[in-house]
Design a protein around this ligand. Structure first.
Ligand SMILES: O=C(O)CCC(=O)C(=O)O
Length: 295
């Protein structure tokens, strides 16, 4: 097979080899504006709910309804504090149809299938990241995702990090330490400076800054990475919101991590009839139960 030939799923053999060796893979221009429209609409709706809330509480005098998706949330909080922003959480995990649409996006599942096969479970941990300019919690310290589930017997867990707007060094794109994914879970602590308690690797594991690469990415790009691969992102020093969503997938025979929420069967060649529908997801059912069939 040549490197240009496809294996199962949509990635080339060369891309799979890169992912296995480096612990991550960048897929530029992976999703179109049309693919992103439902999730962006869902998040625009959530921003409107927040604007209503701030207005109702007398914290803003104008809901800024005409501002674009890229800046409205930033503009709403321009004169407010980190604390007021954090009332809504550092990351969002709402069950809005636009999010299910993204998590179930066939192009993403095709890429994941190349890495773990066609029995794919969508892990309960997914985060919308409304990284707002100058808010301390926008910065994410060096960590391995696995530090959030150190005891889970689930391997591999693959993150698909989706850029909803252009991400760059000014607004805090992802930074990664390649080839760090083959190690055990490294020692970490909960950070205390952002008000969010992110897990942060102990200093000795991140001393060699020359290993770091920055991954700027235009909207629609996706970065796949392993849950042991060390990564971080800096604060947003621009005027736009750095919107992204990080999704996670794993083989179906692994720990579904119910302590983190309810994931769902996203793809199955063996049991396609059990793949969760939007209604299943909204009702927090991991699979689709056929009428009259005992589970
Ligand atoms: O989006 C970011 O800035 C950080 C993402 C991250 O840490 C993750 O997806 O695990």
């Amino acid at each position: 097979m040549t490197s240009e030939q496809r294996i199962a799923g949509s990635l080339t053999e060369e891309q799979v080899a890169f992912y296995e060796r480096e612990g991550y893979l960048v897929l530029p221009q992976f999703l179109t504006a049309e693919d992103l429209a439902p999730v962006r609409a869902a998040l625009a709706e959530k921003v409107s709910w927040i604007a209503d809330d701030l207005y109702h509480d007398g914290l803003i005098a104008d809901k800024l309804e005409q501002r674009p998706f890229e800046t409205r949330l930033a503009d709403l909080f321009a004169d407010l504090t980190d604390k007021e922003f954090l009332r809504y959480g550092r990351g969002w995990r709402d069950r809005q149809p636009g999010l299910f649409h993204l998590i179930s996006q066939p192009k993403i599942l095709d890429a994941i299938e190349s890495l773990i096969g066609a029995e794919i479970f969508a892990n309960p941990v997914y985060n919308v990241r409304p990284k707002v300019p100058h808010v301390a919690a926008g910065a994410v310290p060096w960590h391995q995702d696995k530090s959030y589930w150190p005891d889970a017997n689930s391997n591999p867990v693959i993150t698909a990090w989706v850029a909803l707007v252009d991400a760059n060094e000014e607004n805090g794109c992802l930074q990664i330490m390649p080839r760090t994914h083959r190690q055990r879970v490294l020692s970490y602590h909960a950070e205390t400076y952002s008000g969010t308690g992110y897990t942060e690797l102990d200093e000795q594991h991140v001393a060699k800054k020359n290993q770091v690469i920055s991954l700027p990415l235009a909207a629609g790009g996706v970065i796949l990475f392993n849950d042991r691969c060390i990564h971080m992102s800096t604060m947003n020093n621009s005027q736009v919101v750095r919107w992204s969503v990080d999704l996670r997938y794993q083989p179906t025979d692994q720990d579904p991590m119910p302590q983190h929420g309810i994931g769902f069967l996203a793809r199955s060649h063996q049991h396609p009839e059990q793949v969760a529908t939007l209604e299943d997801w909204l009702a927090q059912r991991p699979t689709h139960e056929l009428p009259g069939v005992a589970s």
